[in-house]
Ligand binder design. Sequence first.
Ligand code: SAH
Length: 404
Amino acid sequence: MNATAELILKPGKERSLRRRHPWLYDTAIGRVAGAPAAGETVAVRSHDGQWLAWAAYSPSSTLRARCWSFTESERIDAAWLAARVKEAVGRRAHLAAASDALRLLFGEADGLPGMIADRYADQLVVQFQAAGVEAHRDALLDALVAATGCANVFDRSDSAGRAREGLAPAFGVARGAEPPPRIAIREHQRRAWVDVRRGHKTGYYIDQRDNRELAAALAGRAQAQLGRPASALNCFCYTGAFSVALAAGGGDVLSIDSSAEALALAQENWLLNGLAGPAGQWQCANVFDALRALRADQRSFDLIVLDPPKFAASHHHVERAARAYKDINLSALRLLAPGGYLLTFSCSGAIGVELFQKIVAGAVIDAGVDAQLLRRLAAGEDHPLRMTHPEGEYLKGLLLQRLS
Ligand code: SAH
């Protein structure tokens, strides 16, 4: 066997690893000893030779290595990977009561950098987003099948991040049989169709589960307070998961999205949930324009959900994204009835909780309304944040109530 290749860091660059931060950028590396292949496990050492971590090497990426382990006696082999998978799946066991759509592996948070695995009923969907997990693809797939008892795994490694890692997109069956065109999942009392081939991410926004449950409860609370169904507006509705929750809570819902395909599935989800009345109200439009048009029509709503796509792809886009978040939140606040609730989100990792709150506060001031922050919101427990890896935080939300 060849000797393990080594990354020798520049002086001082060992500090973040000593704090067990899992990422190593190219600029931190002084020298590479040996000729590691993409995804190969390397030893990371400080400039004076002290062992620091086992990491997966990624020669194409500026994020040159991602750490597997900070324990020298560990060996990164199939058994080690299987143990991480089994532990991660086990930690989510209690969530099965809430939903059969769960994120089972969440990359760095679960000690498997770049690895995503979601479960939709009996179907698994994976994304290998880094060279390290790609190099161990078979071991990880075997471990997932063993840990879950699910025989069918679909690979949705078609996201943009793969190119940075020097990996070609991968899309198709990884284990077992082809998935059906759509899979019915259960989330709390509600159901949804998930298309794992064409849907966003691995098919569905699993991370919003708790916040949809909150939206349903708020619709019920508003109805009780108002003595009539709450009027609700769901912006960026995608396949209508928040719409169904709002309607199940008794809300009268208008939903907006620019994707006709998403809206078509949303309407089927409405029917799947046996919701009464006409098949909801759906508008295929740009939310930025639609909110202005609703204002021109002097509409108002008791409950508004704003769950836009990621406006800031990276730190370079923060300013422009901040303006876009401000714009939609300002428009939404102008439509919010006194006493009404606003559930507003950002899934941009580059926009931190504090900045997001500041942006929304600015919108409150410019809208000339008064509002209280009732709760800060985040992704569900199956999307944990590793305390040593703050970059893993992405979804943040605020529940505001407009004062009378
Ligand atoms: N709230 C959804 C997820 C939203 S994903 C859920 O819980 O499932 C973001 C959605 O915004 C996508 O469906 C996309 O089609 C839509 N979108 C993106 N830009 C838009 C725009 N400017 N106007 C309207 N919809 C937009």
